[in-house]
Design a protein around this ligand. Structure first.
Ligand code: NAP
Length: 287
C-alpha cells in the first residue's frame, strides 16, 4: 500500500506558486467573505488567508454578521467585481438560511469565481473549455497526476453528487484528457447495494460526509482510494478528524490511499491559491 501524501504535494505546489507570483508584474488578490461564526467555516477561512500570506497573494477578509441582508452581501460582491486589486472572490459556504447561495454564486464575476461554482465555469468545465474549476476535485486530479496513477479506461466510482465535490469530480474524470478518461459511476444516498459498485472500482472517490462508511470488505484488491470526507468524531473526551473511509481496513486492500487529515484537505487550499493566480493572469490579459 502506498500513502498519497497530500500535505507534501500541496507544499510543493505552493512553492511553485510562490516562485511564479514573484515573477508577476502585479500582486494577485483574493477576497474571502465570511458570514456568521460557524467554527468550521472560521477554521477554513483562516487557513485560506494564511496560505495567501505565505505565498505572496494579497488577501482581504470581510466578516459579516449572521443577520446581514442578502442585498448588502450582493452589493458587496458587485463592488469587489469592480475592484482591480481583487482577482478572486470567495464566499464561504454554508450561508445563513435567508441568503440564497445560488444568487450569491451567480453575482460573483465568473472570472473571479475561484471556487469554480459559477454556472458559466461549471458549463465550461462540462464542455471541456478552459474554466476555473472547483478546488477539491481539481486537487484530487492533481494528486492522481503527482502519483502518476493510471486512470484511462479504469472504472472510477464516486460516492456523493454534491455541487462542490461529487458532481464536478464526475465531469472531470470522464473527460478525454490525461489523468481522467475513466468510466465513471456516481453513487448517492438513494443508490441500492452500494457495495456492488464499490467492489468494481479501480478508483474510488468517497465524498459522503459519513465517518468510515466505506470499509475494506467493500473494495477490490489493488484499488486506489481517495477519501474526501472530513468528519469530526468524539472519542473519550477528545475530538478527531476521520474520513468517509475506514482507513485501517481499506489500506489492506488499496494500492494507493489518501489519509485524513493530510490527504485531500491540503490540496483543496493549494488549488484555491492556484485558481487565484490563474484568475489574476486571465483578468490582467483583459485589462
Ligand atoms: P454533501 O453536500 O453533504 O453531499 C454528500 C453526498 O453524499 C450527497 O450526494 C449524498 O447523497 C451522498 N450520501 C450521503 N449519505 C450517503 C450514503 N449513505 N450512501 C451513499 N451516498 C451518500 O457533502 P460534500 O460537501 O460533498 O462533502 C462530503 C464530505 O467531504 C464531507 O465530509 C465534507 O466535510 C468533505 N469535504 C472535504 C473537502 C476537503 O477539502 N477535503 C472539501 C469539501 C468537502 P444525496 O445527494 O442523495 O443526498
Amino acid at each position: 500500500m502506498n500513502l498519497i501524501d497530500g500535505k507534501a504535494t500541496a507544499a510543493r505546489i505552493l512553492e511553485q506558486l510562490t516562485d511564479e507570483i514573484s515573477t508577476l508584474p502585479y500582486t494577485p488578490g483574493l477576497c474571502v467573505i465570511l458570514i456568521g461564526n460557524n467554527p468550521a467555516s472560521q477554521t477554513y477561512v483562516n487557513a485560506k488567508i494564511k496560505a495567501c500570506n505565505k505565498i505572496g497573494i494579497y488577501s482581504e477578509l470581510i466578516i459579516l454578521p449572521e443577520t446581514v441582508s442578502e442585498t448588502y452581501l450582493l452589493n458587496k460582491i458587485k463592488e469587489l467585481n469592480q475592484d482591480k486589486n481583487i482577482h478572486g472572490i470567495l464566499v464561504q459556504l454554508p450561508l445563513p438560511k435567508h441568503i440564497s447561495a445560488n444568487k450569491v454564486i451567480e453575482t460573483i464575476d465568473y472570472q473571479k469565481d475561484v471556487d469554480g461554482f459559477h454556472p458559466i465555469n461549471l458549463g465550461r468545465l462540462a464542455k471541456g473549455l478552459p474554466a476555473l474549476t472547483p478546488c477539491t476535485p481539481k486537487g484530487i486530479q492533481e494528486l492522481l497526476k503527482s502519483y502518476n496513477i493510471v486512470t484511462e479506461g479504469k472504472h472510477c466510482v464516486i460516492i456523493g453528487r454534491s455541487n462542490i465535490v461529487g458532481m464536478p469530480m464526475s465531469i472531470m474524470m470522464m473527460q478525454n484528457i490525461p489523468f481522467a478518461n475513466a468510466t465513471v459511476t456516481v453513487c448517492h444516498s438513494k443508490t441500492q447495494n452500494i457495495d456492488t459498485y464499490t467492489r468494481q472500482a479501480d478508483i474510488i472517490i468517497a465524498a459522503i460526509g459519513s465517518p468510515k462508511k466505506i470499509t475494506g470488505d467493500m473494495l477490490k484488491e489493488g484499488c486506489v482510494v481517495i477519501d474526501v470526507g472530513i468528519n469530526r468524531v468524539e472519542r473519550g473526551n477528545k475530538y478527531y478528524l476521520v474520513g468517509d473511509v475506514d482507513f485501517e481496513s481499506a489500506a489492506l486492500k488499496a494500492s494507493y490511499i489518501t489519509p485524513v487529515p493530510g490527504g485531500v484537505g491540503p490540496m483543496t487550499i493549494a488549488m484555491l491559491m492556484k485558481n487565484t493566480v490563474e484568475a489574476s493572469k486571465s483578468i490582467q490579459r483583459h485589462y
